[in-house]
Design a binder for this molecule. Sequence first.
Ligand code: NPW
Ligand code: ADP
Length: 267
Amino acid sequence: MRLAPRAMATHKGQLGHVLVIAGDLNMGGAGLLSAQAALRCGAGMVSLATREQHLSAALSRLPEVMTCPVRSSAELLVPLARASVLVVGPGLGQSSWSKALLSAAAQSALPQIWDADALNLLASGFCHAPQQAILTPHPGEAARLLNCSSAEVQADRNSAARMIAERYNAITVLKGQHTVIASTRGELSCVERGHPAMAGAGFGDVLSGVIGALLAQHLPAYSAACLAVWLHACAGEQLALQGRGIAASDLCQAIRLLLEEHSPCLG
Ligand SMILES: NC(=O)C1=CN([C@@H]2O[C@H](COP(=O)(O)OP(=O)(O)OC[C@H]3O[C@@H](n4cnc5c(N)ncnc54)[C@H](OP(=O)(O)O)[C@@H]3O)[C@@H](O)[C@H]2O)[C@@H](O)CC1
Ligand SMILES: Nc1ncnc2c1ncn2[C@@H]1O[C@H](COP(=O)(O)OP(=O)(O)O)[C@@H](O)[C@H]1O
């Protein structure tokens, strides 16, 4: 399924507002990567709710992104009211700050992508997954969600993705070589693309932002997850032609060009 072309009079308010909730102390980069990916995949607006310590870095790296310094869940209420899609978890940590923000997100009815520490806290029983969630575990996070080992997850990736989708009632994107996407209705897709040069920090953070941008631009959730995984893996393959050492942020421009080939902005 493709993103719809844009009418000439389209304005940013019609293209969704992705709010990334991410980045505890020492992990500010994860939220920036997710926000950058959402921006580069065409979301109308992108906001980043994070620790106030990360604000100047965020502003200098991504001036298009609205920054929301949050010290407590109360300070998340205004950004939540403005958002249409949430990306929750990259570098979120598991501190009391992290837990307060995750609780607030879990109570929101907005469509949301949960990654990284949102999944670790979900696995710990701290909260329930919201309605309309997309979970994006790597095999380690999947093992925590299923209370088994990552070797067991890897031994039958299709079943692991299906079990997470059923147990948490959420579309599940099981990352790693040949990412598997499972829906709650029994659909299962495997994207046999990607490259080991993508085995590096921050690649998953980028994927969460891509899914967020596609959802914000009104692609149905399962299609958004599948298309995002495909774009991300193909972009990784392209950059890997130059060898190892890809920085996750390098992917954003390649994904942007692939998205335009797949779903041209003007049809
Ligand atoms: N710039 C920043 O701020 C960044 C911040 N980041 C943030 O760091 C936090 C910790 O996240 P993390 O993923 O590093 O640690 P963790 O969840 O313990 O997983 C590690 C274990 O999982 C497994 N495993 C993973 N992939 C696998 C695979 N493909 N195939 C197979 N197994 C795989 C593997 O388990 P093993 O095989 O050893 O049993 C591995 O030991 C989190 O908040 C994140 O957002 C990052 O996003 C980076 C950029
Ligand atoms: N060997 C590989 N082959 C294909 N894709 C890979 C490989 N290693 C990692 N990736 C992709 O890179 C991303 C890594 O995500 P993740 O483990 O969550 O990293 P991080 O938490 O550092 O952002 C996933 O989308 C995964 O599918």
